[in-house]
Every structure is written in C-alpha cells, then in structure tokens.
Write a protein that binds this ligand. Structure first.
Ligand code: ADP
Ligand code: SF4
Length: 695
C-alpha cells in the first residue's frame, strides 16, 4: 500500500487549457537517437506513458535549419515532412493519459549549423558558443530576421499542434535557447527595442508567446524553460530571473526552471546531491499563479512530497530518474517502493548524446532498446526450452544476467566467489563521491532475494569442473576484470623499464585498502574517465601529495561526455593535486620517474615514493578458458559464454547491458551463422528521386 502522504503526488493539476493527471513531469531530455532513430525514441517515450508519468516531453526539437547543433542528434521540425514521426511520438506519450509536450528550440549563438550550412543568426553576433570551439561566427539578427524568426516559431507551433501535442515548451535554458540569449545581458548587446532594459530584452519572448496563443487558438498550453541562474557579471542571474517572473507572472501556463548550464543542471551524484536546486527555486512560486516545475534527480517520494508541500514546486521534474525507472510513478502509486530502480547519477545516458551514439542507462538496460530489440524496462519475454541457468560472478553483469533470466522464468543459480555481492560496485561505492553507485547492486539484490526460483551462493569460487556438475543448461561467466599493474593502455602498448624497488599499485590495491599513505605519489592515468581523479582524491585524503600524470591535454577527458570534466579539474586543483598534462612515464626508477612530453619527447624527472597506475584492465577469464577446454556440450550444457568485463572491460553500464543481452538471448533460435543477422532493428532514410542536374 502506498503511504497516504504520497497521495499528494497523484492530485491532478491544470496547465493552461490542459490538465495533468499527476505531479510526475518528465522534462525534455536527449537520448542520442533523435531524428536518426524515430521509432526507437517513440517506444522509449511510450514506456514513460505506461509507467504513469503525467507529462512527457520530447527532447530539444530544432525549428529551423538556420539553427541546428550538429553533431548532436535531437529532433527536427523543419517542414511538414517532420510531422509524421513526431505525431507518432505524441500518440505514444498520450497512450496512457499523459499530456504530450514538445520542446521547441532555436539555438542562436549556440548553433554552428555544420549540417545545414546556413549562416547562424544570433541576438548579438559573435563566435558560436559551444564547448567544441567551432570556428564559426553568427551574424546579428536585424529586424527582418526577428520578424522571420517569429514566423518560423509560428510554423513550428502549427506543426506541433498538427502532430497532436498538448504542450509546447519554449527553450530558454542551459545557454542553449535563443530566448535566454535575448534575456541575458551576456548574449544580448543590442541597442534597439530588443536590447537594454529587462523589459526590452523580454520583448521577443512576449511577442512569441502572443503569436503562440493566436496560432494555437488557445487550445495548447505553453511552458517556458528558463535557467535559474546564469553565472558571470552579465549573466541572467537568479535575481534577474525573479524580476522577470514578477514582471511576467502569467505569461506562460507553467514555469519550468532548470539550473544554469547543462553541467550544473545535470550534475553527477559525485558532485551534486539530490534536490540541489532548491535554494534557487524557493520563493519563485510566490511570484506567479502558474505552476512551477523543477528538477533535482528526485527518486525519493518523501522528498518529492516535501518539495510540493513546502511550496517549492508544483510538479516533480525528472529526466534521469525517468530514464533509470520509467515506471517510477506507477511504483509509488502502488506502494511498490522497493521496486524503484533509482538513478545513480552517473550521466552515462548523457554520454550517448555527447558521443552521438545512442544513449544507454546503467540502471535501465532497456533504455533505447525498447524498439530496437523489443526489450521492456519491467517485463521480460517468456523463457525458452531450457530450465536452469548458472551465472558465475555477482558483479553488475552477473546480477543483471541473473535478474533478467529469473524474470523470464528460468531457474537461476548465481555463484559468487566473495562474501559480498556487487563485484566492482561493492568496491567502487566506497570511493569518494561514488556511494550512489551501490544502487546498481542494491536494486538487483533486492529484486533477486525474494525470488523462490533463484539460489544465490556467496563464498563460492567455482572451478571449471564445478560448472559441469551443476545441471545448468546455459552458463554465463561474469567474473570481471582486474586493473593492470603497468603502464600498458593507449599510449604505451608494451611495459616500460621499471626498477622493482619502486612500489607500484593498481586501483584494485587501493580499493582493497592497501597502497600508499602520507607519501609523495605519482598517479598515471591513461584511462581518462573517473577512476584516476577519484583515486587522487582518496590519496589526498590519506595524506599523500599527488602528482597526476596524463598523456592527454586535459584530465579525465572522457568525462567531458558525462559533463564532469570541468568539475574534476576544479576538484583536483582545489585539493592541491599537481597536474602534469601531455606527459607520460618513460621509465620508472627506485625513487623517481622519467616523464616524457607527448609533443616534443623532451624528458624530465619527477621524484616519487610510490606509483599508481590507472591504465587498462585485464579480463578475469581463466575460468572461462578452462571450462571452454572441457567437453561441456557432452555434459548437457547448451551454451557457455563470458559476459561483461570478463569478455571486454568497460564502464558499469556496459556490464549491465551485457547481462541483459545474455538473458534476452537465451534459447534464441540457432541460425548456425552467428553474426550474419543484424542484432537490432533500425530505420533507413527513404530515398527521394535522383537529382536532375541542370547543364
Ligand atoms: P562485471 O563488471 O563484468 O560484472 P565484476 O568485476 O564487477 O564484473 O564482478 C565479477 C565478480 O565475479 C566478482 O564479484 C568476483 O568476485 C566474481 N568471481 C570471479 N571469479 C569467480 C569464480 N571463479 N567463481 C565465482 N565468482 C567469481
Ligand atoms: Fe541515471 Fe546513470 Fe541511468 Fe543516466 S545512465 S539515468 S545518470 S543511472
């Protein structure tokens, strides 16, 4: 039964001419699929509808080719041909009574137009402001351009309505949308009626809202997504935002407030706690009669109720919590709190957008595979012919494999060598800032434990011979990986000369509690994600002075994709870590390291009492190879596979995905030609007529 206090989350609330059935509001979020993978995005949104969200939004939808953010893949609404895919999305969103919203964006000074090749138009011209420093400038819009842009917005409103959406969100947050560029003195240096005073800077927005009301005949609702605080002396600050809302209290039908930059708004759990925006939002509701939505990686229903009861928010905005668990509202509604799959705040989902891959989620392995592979975040397909499966190793891969196989109806044996379940996350959760990562194990263990057809054995290091005696028809070896104790990774492909007198440690050593304390330590990071910087923090906490060496020109450069790179750099500098960029060890002496410059080859000497390598990992695959050498088919075993880090080490999300993929593939028809059939569905662009070239 649900706690009576949570009833509040299920009270309907009006947004202009529409009514949301509850307070669960999926704010716009990207997914790395966008216009390239229309049906994959549609089915992903449909799971949110099924999971009970009251409001569901698209990702950023670009309204005109004079403003697009290639290489990032969002949605397009450039002409009528974009309507059918978006109409399918609106239909999916509304399939269980949610309101369907579309976020419309014109990126102005943020859109380099690398695909459309149109000249970017901005409130005030200048270099395009992206973190990739594209060598492109925008020109300042004249009054004709502004009139045109109003018409382009009108076209987008009309097309959104034709596609069947209930709500339009105007994007003016994160530094990405032109509405913010008008409002902010940092990006608006105009001296005409659209610049100068706040009244003038808000003029374009007022005009567009008026156009919206007229174009949609008052039938659609309008939400305004604005930044809560833009940093910098000229930035659209929290104080100015409050002035703006006081002046325009009833302009939109709802205020959707998002923290400063995307990095601020989507902070990882390492740097940003749940409900981090509260101070910036509190009090805004008193300035307006319209509902307010804000985000904060909310996963606790008690916290959600507190936000509403204390008058901070009306709707609980969520992107990542809705990705990790599309069924969060239904689970709260039914009082199934223990089934909530909480977001761990790792931002692997964001990395899918940043890398133009397709997003994945560490916790929800079905995310963006709903249409491509027919996976569902809650339901599993019925099991095949086999009865009993064995999973060896209870890390993220093994736990997910066991859970998904059990959900399919197989009898599952899960054997773990150690006393603790969770594999790498049982160790990494103890590192500075990573405690939320333990949710990967906690959720899965919590689901597996009550299942009568699942047997979990701890302290059970299996041998290859053991595998043949357990009467399982399918076996997954998920025995993980160990960090290498040498420099071999990307830069060095072979070990470097090393004096054995130098104490050398790996991340596994440090996580096991050994390694240096109170010494001068060199840490070499050729991994480039989070582990190097987290261990630097750990070493500083142990009283070490740390020299952080990276062959890259940035620390933790892959963490750019999880929006953490700048935070990591700041943290390391703040705690006094000395950073050596574009450097790598060439030789290791007893008390010093020879560093080479990656550009010039010039060498220098760095004194060190210990060396920590964060380089590459080796699969722990001896058990797999030993078993593969036995006559396992003769013992009645139909498949023997290694999965997760044991197959190929990667981030935790890769391991949970591998566990799911194994369980989904059990008893699949044997084509006899492995890999000849594409393992997922995709959509291919329809061809138009060949061009006629004019002579
Ligand atoms: P992944 O990320 O692929 O899930 P982990 O390294 O997190 O991999 O987890 C692997 C788990 O497998 C660890 O908990 C480890 O103790 C366990 N393990 C390793 N070898 C054996 C074995 N022979 N029998 C049972 N469990 C094993
Ligand atoms: Fe949360 Fe990580 Fe999933 Fe993103 S990938 S929704 S941050 S658990």
């Amino acid at each position: 039964m649900r706690a009576p206090a949570h009833d509040l989350l299920f009270t309907p609330l009006q947004i202009g001419p529409k009514t949301a059935k509850n307070r669960f509001y999926q704010v716009p979020h990207c997914n790395g699929g966008g216009y390239r993978d229309p049906s994959a995005v549609v089915e992903m949104r449909r799971t949110k509808a099924e999971g009970g969200w009251g409001v569901i939004f698209t990702e950023q939808t670009e309204i005109h080719p004079t403003s697009e953010i290639t290489p990032f893949i969002e949605q397009h609404l450039w002409d009528d041909r974009d309507i059918p895919a978006l109409a399918r999305m609106a239909e999916a969103m509304k399939s269980h009574g949610a309101l369907a919203g579309i976020q419309l964006a014109y990126s102005g000074i943020n859109g380099p137009n690398l695909y459309s090749r149109e000249v970017p138009l901005a409130v005030t011209g200048g270099p395009i402001l992206t973190f990739t420093s594209d060598p492109v400038q925008a020109r300042t819009m004249d009054l004709d351009d502004i009139r045109n842009l109003r018409r382009w917005f009108r076209n987008a409103f009309r097309r959104s309505q034709r596609a069947g959406f209930d709500l339009v969100c105007l994007y003016g947050a994160h530094g990405f949308g032109i509405l913010q560029h008008f409002l902010s003195r940092a990006t608006n240096h105009r001296t005409d009626a659209y610049g100068g005073s706040l009244e003038n800077r808000a003029r374009f927005l007022r005009e567009v809202v008026e156009d919206f009301r007229e174009e949609t005949r008052g039938e659609m609702a309008l939400t305004l997504r604005l930044s809560l605080h833009e940093a910098g002396a000229l930035g659209f600050s929290n104080a100015e935002l409050r002035d703006f809302i006081a002046m325009h209290a009833d302009l939109p039908d709802l205020w959707d407030l998002a923290q400063g930059t995307w990095e601020d708004c989507s902070g990882t759990s390492r740097f940003t706690p749940e409900a981090a925006q509260e101070d910036l939002v509190r009090g805004i509701k008193a300035l307006t009669s319209k509902p307010v939505v804000g985000v904060g990686r909310f996963t606790s229903p008690d916290e959600m109720v507190r936000q509403i009861r204390s008058g901070v928010l009306d709707f609980i905005g969520a992107a990542r919590p809705s990705i990790a668990d599309p069924f969060l509202p239904v689970k709260v509604q039914e009082g199934r709190y223990e089934d909530i799959r909480e977001c761990i705040g790792c931002n692997i989902c964001v990395s899918g957008d940043m890398t133009q891959g397709i997003s994945r989620c560490t916790q929800n392995t079905a995310f963006m595979e709903e249409w491509r592979k027919g996976w569902h975040p809650e339901r599993a397909r019925i099991k095949g012919a086999a009865e009993h499966v064995l999973v060896v190793g209870a890390g993220p891969a093994g736990l997910e494999a066991a859970l998904q196989a059990a959900k399919r109806g197989y009898r599952v044996t899960l054997a773990e060598a150690g006393a603790t379940l969770g594999g790498r996350v049982s160790r990494e959760r103890a590192l500075p800032g990573l405690s939320a990562w333990g949710r990967v194990a906690d959720y899965r263990i919590g689901q597996l434990q009550p299942m009568a057809h699942v047997q979990i054995y701890r302290d059970s290091a299996l041998t290859a011979e053991d595998l043949l005696t357990l009467d399982a028809q399918h076996i997954a070896i998920a025995t993980g990986a160990r960090w290498r104790p040498d420099a071999v990774a990307r830069l060095h492909l072979a070990p470097i000369p090393t004096d054995p007198a130098m104490p050398v440690y790996t991340p596994d050593d440090l996580m096991a509690g050994s390694g240096p304390s109170g010494q001068r330590v060199a840490l070499y990071d050729d991994d480039h994600f989070y582990m190097g910087s987290v261990l630097a923090e750990l070493l500083v906490a142990r009283g070490c002075s740390v020299d952080f060496i990276t062959p890259a020109a940035k620390v933790a450069e892959w963490a750019e994709n999880t929006l953490e790179q700048a935070r990591i750099m700041r943290r390391l500098l703040e705690i006094g870590v000395t950073i050596h960029m574009s450097k790598a060890p060439e030789a290791v002496g007893a008390r010093e390291i020879t560093l080479g410059c990656c550009w010039t080859g010039q060498t220098s000497t760095l004194p060190a009492e210990a060396l920590v390598y964060v380089t590459a990992r080796r699969p722990t695959d001896a058990l797999y190879h030993a078993a593969a050498a036995l006559d396992w088919q003769g013992a009645g075993i139909r498949s023997l596979q290694r999965i997760g880090d044991c197959a190929a080490p990667g981030p935790i999300a890769w391991a949970t995905y591998a566990g799911r993929a194994w369980a989904e593939g059990l008893d699949a028809p044997d084509t006899g030609l492995p890999g000849d059939v594409l393992p997922f569905r995709r959509e291919i662009a329809a061809l138009l007529d060949a061009p006629r070239l004019t002579p």
